[in-house]
Design a protein around this ligand. Structure first.
Ligand SMILES: Nc1ncnc2c1ncn2[C@@H]1O[C@H](COP(=O)(O)OP(=O)(O)OP(=O)(O)O)[C@@H](O)[C@H]1O
Ligand SMILES: [Mg+2]
Length: 318
């Protein structure tokens, strides 16, 4: 029994680019499958445009997937059910990259938090006041900060407030979309610790979207690597960080200075290569140093390599 299960989710966007001779449909994510258990952290890594935020939007229910199913607490989610969507909004909360943009500059912190409680709970005014004060303290702020406006805080404090807004409804899952990348390194460590403390105290599960492999290694239990809308590698944090198998994952490590020593054998990707024009081939073929004719013609499945470790590459099955 999983808290969240995503089965074969795909999302196409229609765009009007016919006059430019470009395709009218963008398939932002394709056939994504995973499960998230209570209290665990699944990190999603992948370059810009690989579909990480699109996936988050389908899970939370802001958008309707083109195909596939989302199960939350073992209940299949009907995208048309308002009741289920409301329940998901309450139990799956988001934290975004930029705390400057994600808080309303004209509302006091207390008003922003109170709005969430008013919409989603039946608490009395007194109970809401108490909840706001205790939640601010939980994220390392002071109760009296509720009377201030967002511009009166530093970036790190604002991200704490954004986290307060996410946890105030005692959610089961938080989807954190690059929550640390707008912060400087010393503040990143503090916010990372806060997220881990909250997970221990409240048993929250995280879907943690990040470009930063170092942070992912620190926080994740399992890791899902995406490339051009597809999952190309999936496994436990040790499987991915000790033994990354997909050439794309290997290039991520080769491009990160602190992992070059750990994996001196990995090379950076080709900057220009022949892109696989056939939609049947491997998406990464054009940039892959090990590309064979087969890779241009046939799409590799996610092969199981080890218990729970999967990679979509023909090379790994040789
Ligand atoms: N509303 C939309 N309409 C059309 N195309 C979209 C829409 N939203 C996303 N896309 C496209 O879908 C693809 C995936 O975008 P997405 O924002 O999910 O990537 P990402 O992995 O979150 O990238 P980043 O790391 O930069 O945040 C991109 O090609 C993007 O242009
Ligand atoms: Mg994104």
């Amino acid at each position: 029994m999983s808290l969240l299960e995503v089965k074969n989710i795909s999302k196409c966007y229609s765009v009007s680019r016919r006059r430019l001779g470009l395709p009218q449909q963008i398939e932002a994510i394709r056939n994504i499958n995973f499960k998230l258990d209570a209290g665990e952290t699944l990190a999603i890594v992948g370059e810009s445009g690989s579909g990480k935020s699109t996936l988050a939007r389908q899970i939370i229910g802001i958008e309707k997937p083109t195909s596939g199913k989302v199960y939350f607490n073992n209940e299949e989610q009907n995208p048309r059910s308002r009741k289920q969507r409301k329940n998901r909004f309450r139990n799956i909360r988001m934290v975004f990259q930029n705390p400057y943009e994600s808080l309303n500059p004209q509302a006091r912190i207390g008003e922003t938090l109170d709005e969430v409680l008013q919409i989603n709970t039946k608490l009395s005014s007194k109970q809401r006041k108490e909840k706001i004060a205790t939640t601010l303290v939980k994220v390392g702020m002071l109760a009296e900060h509720q009377y201030r406006y967002p511009h009166m805080f530093s970036g790190g404090q604002r991200q704490r407030i954004a986290i307060a807004r996410a946890i105030i409804l005692d959610p089961q899952i938080i989807i954190a979309d690059e929550p640390l990348s707008a912060l400087d390194v010393s503040i990143q460590a503090q916010i990372l610790n806060l997220l881990q403390e909250l997970q221990e105290q409240m048993g929250i599960s995280y879907l943690f979207i990040s470009h930063d492999l170092n942070i992912v290694e620190h926080i994740a239990d399992r890791v899902m690597v995406m490339f051009k809308g597809e999952v190309i590698e999936y496994g436990g944090v040790d499987q991915i960080f000790d033994n990354p198998k997909h050439p794309y994952t290997q290039t991520l490590f080769a491009s990160t200075p602190m992992y070059r020593q750990r994996f001196p054998e990995f090379s950076t990707p080709k900057t220009v290569g022949k892109e696989s024009t056939k939609s049947t081939g491997c998406q990464f073929a054009g940039r892959c140093n090990y590309c064979s004719q087969k890779c241009l013609e046939e799409k590799p499945e996610l092969f199981e390599l080890d218990s729970g470790h999967r990679a979509a590459c023909f090379k790994t099955t040789k």
